[in-house]
Design a protein around this ligand. Sequence first.
Ligand SMILES: [Zn+2]
Length: 262
Amino acid sequence: MWSYQHTNFLVHQIPALSDNYIFLIQDYHSDVVCVVDPAVAEDVKVACEKLNIKPTHILNTHHHWDHTDGNEELIQMYDCEVVANADDAPRIRGISMPIPANGSLKLGSLNIQTLDVPGHTLGHIAFVIDDALFCGDTLFGGGCGRLFEGSFEQMWSSLQKLADLDEKISVYCAHEYTLPNLRFARDMDADNDVLIKRISDDTQTRMKKQPTIPSTMALELQTNPFLRPLNQAFIQTYNKQNNENFNAFQVFQDLRKRKNTW
Ligand SMILES: [Zn+2]
């Protein structure tokens, strides 16, 4: 487990299954403890006992089993509330606090903003708390989620919403996929010095068995191939290399299709 200090809360990062991360958000000013996407209840329980805290709320970004499997057991153990997208309520186990996909709520002293980010699934939402983004399977370190339900247009629009957040925001995504993602990125963006440095840094991090997550939006904007189409120079280079005349969305779409078979 790893812990990160923010001004108003701590984030504890728990590795689960083969590459999932579960996050605990511990409010400094109240007893509120939010569990983001509990893949496995037992891992949350062990971490909470170590920290001597009790989950009060579960925040689900989307309905996939590796984000919600722990819900019911945690409700039984801690009587916690399940906060998730009202539009996706039938698919979220144990949901007790349905909320709007775009909205805000206050838990303890935590000011939580929700963002509607369909693409990976249609009901996918992200949570923003101050300078921390919990984006589930929408944006990854060096990548983005597969389009299981949404369209390319929806995912592109969702990624732009996230890209519009403050550059300094910490990106807490739900999987450790960064290194394989960056190998694809290097093939698509070979002359990017920031990307080459990130690959070197993150490779060392993984050799030490440390997480590459959280990253920052600034780093994602500079190195994530699915955000790079926001950069005009990248579009020009991409078009020249591929003999195309794509706009930003079309470059994103082309990259997402290529990644599926890469
Ligand atoms: Zn998923």
